[in-house]
Design a protein around this ligand. Sequence first.
Ligand SMILES: NC(=O)c1ccc[n+]([C@@H]2O[C@H](COP(=O)([O-])OP(=O)(O)OC[C@H]3O[C@@H](n4cnc5c(N)ncnc54)[C@H](O)[C@@H]3O)[C@@H](O)[C@H]2O)c1
Length: 465
Amino acid sequence: MDNSRRTFLKSISMLAASTALPLSSFAFGLGNEKLKVTLVGTGIRGNSFWGKRLVDTYHEILEFVGLCDINPGRLAYAKEYIGVKCPTFSDFEKMINETKPDLVIVTTKDSAHHEYIIKGLEMGCDVLTEKPLTIDEDKCQAILDAERESDRKLIVGFNYRWSPYTTRIKELLKNDTIGKLVSVDFNYYLNTSHGASYFRRWHGLREEGGTLLLHKATHHFDLMNWWLDSDPEEVFAYGDLEFYGSNGPFRGENCRVCDFKDKCDFYWDITKDSKMMKLYVDHEKHDGYIRDNCLYRPEINIYDKMSAQVKYSNNVVMNYSLTTYSPFEGYRVSFNGIKGRIEAWRHIPYLQDAHIDQKDMHAEEMNQNIDALNHEPLIIHKLWNDYKTEVVSSEKGGHGGGDKRLHDKIFVNPNKKDEFDRAAGVRDGAMSILIGIAARKSIESGNPIRIEELTTLVPRAKRLL
Ligand SMILES: NC(=O)c1ccc[n+]([C@@H]2O[C@H](COP(=O)([O-])OP(=O)(O)OC[C@H]3O[C@@H](n4cnc5c(N)ncnc54)[C@H](O)[C@@H]3O)[C@@H](O)[C@H]2O)c1
């Protein structure tokens, strides 16, 4: 890896001159040795993927100059875990004023993203936010306005695009393998470990995570927008809560003190997980964030089954569903074109004759160090021909290898032309959440919702890059 500051700066300036990629305007203070980075939101994603991994991998080209969180205990732990000496702050503006960073990384819970994205841009920083961009259309519009008025840039960390498997699908579609696309079926299955985890935490409240149609499906809708290379135009959806929340047969205050430990299939002994204890339980006293909360608590107000039909501006129709208590985790997607069909899937145990440990699977997925490969097939079936099976190899950890490729793109190879246009900016971030917002509105109103009614963004038959 050539990671000298000179090469890095040259890459950035070449990028700015030659392309419209959203990474083009990283602003470096002249005379700084390294890219000055601050991070707000020192939970698991901030600590690990955007914290420790950046320090371990890119310490020659960047340095953390500040960390911020509303929980002082977790903040202190993050500083130690990430392995940095920079100051910590509970006040974001104070951090920006005192540390003058080039880049702000936003990894708070979803409902606070807009606040830091907008403040960061207004205070003259480039901003990189975790998905989802935000959780409703008003906040989305405020972000769009702030980005337009700022000369800084906003990047959305869509890691799924960077996995070799999803990239191969993009390549096949881009190469017109099955002709003009007409329809897509996309089914995503969250298992009783990963799926359930959302109902234990802030994600279970729509005012915090916008429902899983945003928090989770933003990944899937972004993939689809990128695969189809078109913007969504209209959405009709159904959704309900039938399994978690008040549907549960019993409930307790949290797993640790629950009277139903022996009866509950979801009982989880967090005290056996030292990382979870150090990151969350040890700091509960500051903000009441209970990591092993009861997933049958009555205040849960998100959907646990969701189904949406999305009509794209290029006339493709996508049927989407998200299940949150499947016995296995994975997805199936099939594309119908006028010359044939592509079928793809990941992690479906019966289709690969595998017995995957569903409990460990998510931990493995989130693990940045697992480079062991999965070899997974996809089917290309042209009309009037026999089908062909193609095997694609992707890393097991780090979201199918997407995580590390996204990092390299941002911090090592920003100038490298990417024939698949995997870098995502504010328009991509917005278009993916607008599908979720429209789906939510459709469920609530019983009507189809047009994307153009939500913000000033006008959907296009071919995506704007
Ligand atoms: N791309 C991916 O694959 C991926 C994976 C996991 C999480 N994420 C995203 O990362 C973000 C963080 O998720 P997580 O799992 O680390 O959650 P988490 O609950 O572990 O951490 C959230 C952190 O934000 C802090 N926080 C909450 N409100 C805040 C506020 N107003 N100001 C400052 N800090 C605040 C909390 O104290 C906590 O430390 C979310 O937006 C999530 O969608 C993305």
